[in-house]
Design a protein around this ligand. Structure first.
Ligand SMILES: [Zn+2]
Ligand SMILES: [Zn+2]
Length: 212
């Protein structure tokens, strides 16, 4: 099952131009089985896209992307609207744990290319305690940055996810997560993410293989 696990739309992410209709259309075109909408600091966009897609027979998982002092975190299983720009990671971890959700550090090695981000090739212990997976394939990052994340993943025996981080329709599906099973609800997605039965991939490689 092919899922783009990190998409922004114009419903709640002002930085994105993707409309719900474009999202569904492009996902069908690429042959994706689902996408996860992860807007910045709010669950609302995911909800709106989920309902829109449901009426059209397409699956949108509901997550969000939360800014913390330890970097951006993809969150599944916590439905919130955060007014604060920077949310304390410890608070996020306890809220998500209470609800049995998962936290996945997005583009964990962005520091490689962007000096504003502290982490380059290692993750802090307090972060490692609260996660089972990191985003090793992010469609908006350089290969170098993604490769670094992959090294960290291996070193700490984490699972790796892929998501496009699309802010434009043409970027959807650049990176994806290939699940062995077929989660059909947000709860099943969370279980699947904890199980580790998936791998991250670059979309272009998969689509190329398929067209052969
Ligand atoms: Zn981010
Ligand atoms: Zn993002």
């Amino acid at each position: 099952m092919l899922v783009d696990l990190h998409v922004h739309t114009n419903i709640s992410s002002r930085c994105s131009s993707v409309q719900p209709a474009e999202l569904v259309e492009r996902a069908y075109e690429l042959g994706l089985d689902a996408v996860a909408v992860t807007e910045h600091s709010t669950f609302r966009g995911a909800q709106v896209n989920h309902e829109y897609a449901l009426e059209r027979g397409f699956k949108v998982f509901r997550g969000m992307e939360v800014f913390t002092e330890l970097g951006d975190m993809l969150v599944f299983g916590w439905q919130e609207h955060i007014r604060y720009y920077l949310f304390p990671f410890a608070d996020l971890a306890s809220e998500v744990e209470k609800r049995g959700g998962v936290i996945i550090p997005a583009h964990p090695c962005r520091g490689e290319a962007d000096a504003r981000h502290r982490f380059k090739d290692e993750l802090p212990g307090e972060l490692l305690e609260s996660i089972v997976a990191i985003e090793t394939h992010n469609g908006a990052m350089t290969r170098k940055s993604n490769d670094m994340a992959e090294l960290i993943r291996k070193k700490h025996r984490l699972f790796g996810t892929g998501g496009s981080d699309a802010h434009h329709v043409s970027h959807i599906g650049r990176c994806i997560t290939v699940f062995e099973e077929e989660p059909s609800s947000d709860a099943e997605l969370i279980e699947a993410l904890k199980s580790g039965k998936y791998r991250a991939a670059y979309g272009e490689e998969l689509y190329r293989q398929r067209s052969k």
